[in-house]
Design a protein around this ligand. Structure first.
Ligand SMILES: [Cu+2]
Length: 145
């Protein structure tokens, strides 16, 4: 009987990934700039998942980019998805993978929060608020030492 109850409990657990976001942030943009970059650490306590899209009301579109080295030059390349490993995390950060806010409708100002929705293949939509740090910031203010 006891084994039976445990089996039922396991079946009731969601089979999809459980993904949470830590420290979503972006940088202030100069007037006239049409692009911004968003960063966040994704933690996955479930099965492997992937980010398959993103939207934000301040941008015409949001792309997913990775940074690759070509000889001496670092280049950004658009990708169709970003993998978030099972039981692990994936960090979007300056010099690495990031969200590219393209066709900005207005400048991003330091101190404000920018809504952004990530679409995960299994976990569904994840709503974030990107905190806007100063121009050229390498990491969010509260993580700086
Ligand atoms: Cu980019």
């Amino acid at each position: 009987m006891r084994g039976c109850l445990i089996a039922l409990a396991l079946v009731a657990l969601p089979a999809w990934a459980q993904v949470g976001a830590e420290r979503p942030w972006t940088r202030a943009t100069p007037p006239g700039s049409k692009v911004g970059a968003g960063f966040v650490t994704l933690r996955n306590t479930g099965a492997a998942d992937r980010v398959v899209g993103a939207t934000s009301p301040v941008a015409g579109r949001v792309e997913m980019h990775v940074t690759i080295r070509e000889g001496e030059v670092m280049r950004m390349r658009q990708v169709r998805s970003l993998e978030v490993p099972a039981g692990g995390s994936y960090e979007l950060k300056p010099g690495g993978a990031h969200l590219m806010l393209v066709d900005l409708k207005r400048p991003l100002r330091k101190g404000e929060r920018i809504p952004l929705t990530l679409k995960l293949e299994k976990a569904g939509e994840l709503k974030l608020q990107l905190s806007v740090e100063e121009m050229g910031a390498r990491q969010p203010a509260h993580a700086r030492h």
